[in-house]
Design a binder for this molecule. Structure first.
Ligand SMILES: NC(=O)c1ccc[n+]([C@@H]2O[C@H](COP(=O)([O-])OP(=O)(O)OC[C@H]3O[C@@H](n4cnc5c(N)ncnc54)[C@H](OP(=O)(O)O)[C@@H]3O)[C@@H](O)[C@H]2O)c1
Length: 320
């Protein structure tokens, strides 16, 4: 199976350790010279909860130039950049697309909702998929990734109603990642799958980032808990108006599940958005609360709490 991974970060390199096979050369499009140098010299190493795995340099090629995809087209391209880089990746991929076979599949592995928008003008919906990742990947050094958490299998599927059973290659891709060490499955209900992660991320990431508190602290304090619960209520109102179903009938049912089942095992976690703000990096607020805000506007549902949080994070991430 010929696969290309776009983005040599935590998720891209973590998935690369699953997908690389002896005798094949897995392609990674990555632009950091230090990472390229380390991978070319030593290969790639994974540690953590699914055990150790080493990929020798001969089984990988890490190249900053994506145009080689046009001369030897892959069957799958996995986009593993942050959500805010989707437009840049799409701009680089658009001129390559005419050189690829119709059946080449694109899998967007980012957090958030609506990351496919910049790809839709040139990529067929039948071949455009998403991955929901709730596995924690941490870069210990340029070519070492640790798997630090795994809440459920990586999910691959379509938000456009394409039945995964009708795309045998998607099942084969899931099987290959699983065989490489990280459990992965295909899902027919990908919109619900992505929104379930959106609910959790939008409820916790911005409030955690703005207050500097861990998830358990946010839900114990009545003031921040009211904000968290308010985000969940607003998202359910937007989803109801947009006709998007998730696995819970209403905000109350999800809120109970959130506090009873989701928070206890992650009470000590800090929001990745907090780490981004601390490090002066751009956050994924637009793909999270920004996406809820835009969908709310489209369906005529006000989102004052979500929009307020988005505005504060945008202000906090301004350089300086
Ligand atoms: N890490 C996790 O545990 C985890 C878990 C679940 C979901 N996710 C989601 O997965 C996505 C990726 O996260 P991550 O943690 O892997 O981020 P990351 O470590 O920052 O990696 C992103 C990589 O993409 C590269 N990149 C950005 N724009 C590019 C471009 N135009 N061309 C080529 N490479 C480009 C970046 O390179 P530069 O460094 O040069 O910018 C970086 O190496 C995010 O949406 C995140 O929310 C992450």
């Amino acid at each position: 199976m010929d696969i290309a991974i776009w983005g040599a970060g935590s998720v891209g390199l973590g998935l690369a350790t699953c997908l690389a096979r002896s005798g094949e050369r897995l392609r990674i499009i990555g632009r950091d010279p230090e990472t390229i140098e380390h991978v070319e010299r030593e290969g790639l190493t994974r540690s953590g909860i699914f055990g150790d795995r080493h990929v020798p340099p001969s089984d990988l090629v890490l190249d900053p130039d994506p145009t080689a995809l046009a001369t030897t087209p892959p069957e799958w391209i996995l986009v593993c950049t942050k959500a805010f880089a989707a437009a840049d990746v799409a701009a680089a991929l658009a001129p390559i697309r005419p050189h690829l076979p119709d059946e080449t599949g694109l899998v967007l592995c980012q957090n958030g909702w609506g990351n496919e928008a910049p790809f839709l003008p040139f990529w067929p919906r039948e071949q455009l998929f998403h991955a929901r990742v709730i596995t924690g990947f941490h870069r210990r050094s340029p070519n070492r990734v640790e798997v630090t958490a795994h809440a459920s299998p990586v999910a691959l599927g379509s938000v456009f109603g394409v039945d995964p059973g009708s795309v045998p290659g998607l099942g084969a891709l899931a099987k290959r990642i699983s065989e490489g060490g990280i459990p992965t499955e295909t899902r027919a209900d990908m919109r619900a799958v992505l929104w379930e992660k959106m609910l959790y991320n939008c409820a916790l990431n911005p409030v955690g980032a703005l207050t500097g508190r861990r998830y358990g602290e946010l839900t114990e304090d009545p003031t921040t808990r009211r904000i968290v619960d308010g985000v969940i209520r607003e998202i359910f109102a937007v989803l109801g108006a947009a006709g998007i179903e998730v696995g819970w009938s209403d905000a109350g049912a999800y809120t109970r599940h959130f506090h009873d089942a989701l928070i206890p095992p992650t009470a000590r976690h800090e929001s990745s958005m907090l780490q981004d703000l601390r490090a002066g990096r751009r956050t994924e607020i637009e793909a999270l609360c920004g996406a809820v805000e835009r969908l709310g506007r489209d369906v005529g549902v006000p989102t004052p709490i979500v929009s307020g949080l988005a505005a504060l994070v945008r202000a906090a991430e301004r350089p300086g």
